[in-house]
Design a binder for this molecule. Structure first.
Ligand SMILES: [Zn+2]
Length: 211
């Protein structure tokens, strides 16, 4: 798509919306109450609204390379805090995707000295921590897919460990937390199960959390 197509497409979209509902933008501008907070990868092929056939207003969104959740990322933390405390989202979704450039780069250990290389350092550590399991997977694509899944599990754990998320769960008013992989090869969402009871036993998830 060319740059000048963007503005043209926008006016087409506005016309389409107003034709089907003349108050569409009045309603849209009156406020937001999204049910979902989505934390995903910045990849251009991952527009969550398109994948879920959603209209504007459903997703509060944070995206970064390889969907990382760091406890010192003020940008992400403020997004989660606002979503949980003010918007009171019902669900938090952490989503990775197969064929993720960030995962591939971390696996190949590329760009170690630049900013992206630094950003991906925790995935490189994750790969080392899980080397035994990963080495048993012979096919490279399957191995990268497994790293993508391990990365989502790791980031889910980080979300559960954020103090104000934890407090919210303890108080009983909490969002449900989900892990997803967007399978770019067929367009489907894959829900990732996490070991709930083990994480409760390990103190990662408060005991009163229910799926
Ligand atoms: Zn990605």
């Amino acid at each position: 798509m060319r740059y000048k197509d963007l503005v043209k497409k926008n006016s087409d979209w506005v016309k389409e919306k107003v034709d089907s509902d003349r108050d569409y933008f009045e309603k849209l501008s009156s406020g937001q109450k999204p049910p979902f907070l989505y934390i995903g990868c910045s990849d251009s092929r991952m527009p969550i609204d398109t994948f879920t056939k959603s209209e504007p207003g459903n997703f509060f969104i944070h995206r970064n390379i390889a969907n990382q959740v760091f406890s010192n990322d003020m940008n992400l933390l403020s997004v989660i805090e606002y979503a949980v405390e003010s918007l009171e989202v019902e669900h938090i979704i952490v989503s990775g995707h197969y064929e993720c450039g960030g995962i591939k780069s971390a696996y190949k250990n590329e760009g170690c000295t630049d900013l992206t290389g630094n950003w991906l350092m925790p995935i490189k550590k994750l790969i080392i921590q899980n080397r035994e399991e990963l080495e048993k997977i012979e096919n490279l694509d399957d191995r990268l897919d497994r790293i993508t899944e391990l990365n989502v599990l790791e980031q889910l754990m980080h979300v559960f460990k954020i103090p104000f998320v934890k407090n919210k769960i303890v108080s009983g008013k909490y969002p449900k937390i989900h892990g997803w992989i967007l399978d770019i090869r067929n367009g489907k969402i894959k829900e990732i199960e996490y070991p709930l009871e083990k994480w409760k036993k390990d103190g990662i998830i408060p005991l009163n959390y229910e799926v």
